[in-house]
Design a binder for this molecule. Structure first.
Ligand code: UDP
Length: 486
């Protein structure tokens, strides 16, 4: 018989976390691993060598404050055998978005090695938390007879909008791609265009993911009750599932050093923080399209003109020099601009007092990180559920303005259609950075949501208590399992 909630040091719970190998999935899941290990649980974080190397600095830092270090389990990933380039272990290593689906499917190659590892290592799992992109991971929970929870990296709001549009037949009835679809069954008036709906491709995979979600024991969400309580209630009622809102996960990185190494270390980090130190409060615009998002070269050139034309200081994280003006390439860092190639310490940047606005692709992590920092947003969705996140930020939370993207861009600009014009970007920037009384209200609401996020994760806050409930649930399952087995 294992210890029990009050006897964790002896023989505690063992959570097995299986993240999908993309930065926007792995990073928040590692934050969750840190939260669980701070509560005394053992955590095995299953990933591949390249990803483990990226995460190691964060895991090492966490080890100095957690009662039990997180085990970073490195399983070789035979990417070449799956028809992918050699040593391709993360979505951001894929040479083309066409390889996205083969990459997701090839993650199943990790099932056998994961089972083998867990069969031969002690203690056995108490609970498996798996990314919704890895439906095959249910086999692991089944073999060990333990609960399986799905890690939901997007908001309850977006999940419900997508579900309701599908299940109420709105999508099927819609005619043209530009038809405006009003989302049924939610408390706010929200509409998007049919073309902005995610997931019309990947049909088989989506069906498998839905089945794995429907049969899971519960859902863990990177959000907090104060942000979207009414959507959480509808989500619970419609799915009948246990839902634990235990975020925002990014707040697991309270220390400046934790923020800097989160996700991936780069050479730009300290230079970038020094640059920010010289700036006035709330004067800098931070521009990033996430871990994989890329604009087409003409759109990049137009955005460069807008940023220059706005007269504001900015940090812009880019994935390629294509489309950038020559002077940006020659002098990426000046008093007015800092162009960072590849990766930036986003949470550290957003929480710096000098940052006053965020031009974002509205990935859910970026959205929540901006809320935590109280930074209003210019919304520039590119793909997936990002158009819903934009609606949540603009229409529901009222902490951002849309730049006016009509159609998805795809993650690397492969679907890019109409150009978002320089004037539209400058106007949105003006509204977010200044914007008169409305701008003040927007900033104030963002600040309040940030305060609520921090309170939620502090001892006694809603997310803190929800994590306690999740752990208690796993303890209960563990003790009934022990009784069954004895
Ligand atoms: N991120 C970062 N530095 C970068 C780009 C991204 O730290 O230069 C982090 C960001 O803070 C967030 C994650 O990567 O935690 C991206 O997730 P999101 O859901 O916003 O977008 P995705 O990359 O999945 O499209």
């Amino acid at each position: 018989m294992k210890g029990g909630p009050n006897n964790e040091e002896e023989d505690g719970l063992h959570f097995v976390l299986l993240p999908f190998m993309a930065q926007g999935h792995m990073i928040p899941m590692l934050d969750l691993a840190k939260l669980l290990s701070l509560r005394g649980a053992s955590v095995s974080f299953i990933t591949t060598p390249l990803n483990a190397a990226r995460l190691r600095p964060s895991v090492d830092r966490a080890a100095s404050v957690s009662p039990r270090p997180i085990s970073l389990v490195e399983l070789p990933f035979p990417s070449a055998a799956a028809g992918l380039p050699d040593a391709c272990e993360n979505v951001d290593e894929l040479p083309s978005p066409d390889l996205g689906l083969p990459f997701i499917k090839s993650t199943k190659l990790l099932l056998g090695p994961s089972l083998h590892y867990l069969r031969h290592h002690h203690p056995p799992p108490s609970c498996v938390i798996t990314d919704s992109f890895l439906p095959w991971a249910r086999e692991i929970a089944r073999e060990f007879g333990v609960p399986r929870l799905v890690f939901q990296g997007i908001s309850c709001f977006s999940t419900l909008c997508i579900r309701n549009l599908r299940e109420h037949g709105v999508l099927e009835r819609a005619g043209s791609e530009c038809e405006r679809l009003v989302v049924p069954g939610i408390p706010h008036e929200v509409a998007i265009k049919k073309s902005q709906m995610p997931g019309t491709q990947f049909k088989d995979l989506r069906a498998e993911m839905r089945e794995a979600e429907a049969t899971a024991d519960g859902v863990v969400v990177n959000s907090y009750e104060e942000l979207e309580r009414e959507y959480l209630n509808i989500f619970r009622a419609t799915t009948g599932k246990k839902v634990w809102m235990v975020g925002p996960f990014s707040l697991a990185n309270a220390d400046e050093g934790d923020k800097i190494v989160r996700g991936k270390e780069t050479s730009s980090e300290y230079q970038c923080m020094d640059w920010l130190e010289r700036k006035e409060p709330k004067s800098v615009v931070y521009v990033s399209f996430g871990s994989i998002g890329r604009l087409s070269p003409p759109q990049t050139a137009e955005l460069a003109r807008a940023l220059e034309g706005s007269g504001r200081d900015f940090i812009w994280v880019v994935k390629s020099w294509d489309g950038l003006p020559e002077e940006f390439k020659e002098r990426p860092i000046t008093e007015r601009r800092m162009v960072i190639m590849g990766w930036a310490p986003q949470v550290a940047i957003l929480s710096h007092r000098a940052v006053g606005g965020f031009v974002t692709h509205c990935g859910w992590n970026s959205t929540v990180e901006a809320l935590c920092a109280g930074v209003p947003m210019v919304c520039w969705p590119l793909f997936a559920e990002q158009f819903f996140n934009e609606r949540q930020v603009v229409d529901v939370l009222r902490v951002g303005v849309g730049v006016g993207v009509e159609n998805p861009n795809g993650w690397a600009g492969e679907e890019a259609g109409e150009l978002v014009k320089r004037e539209a970007v400058e106007k949105a920037l003006e509204e977010v950075m200044e914007g008169g009384a409305e701008g003040v209200g927007r900033r104030e609401r963002a600040r309040e949501l940030g305060d609520m996020a921090r309170m939620a994760t502090e001892v006694g806050g809603s997310s803190f208590v929800n994590l306690t409930r999740l752990i208690d649930y796993v303890w209960k399952c563990e003790s009934t399992k022990d009784v069954r087995e004895s």
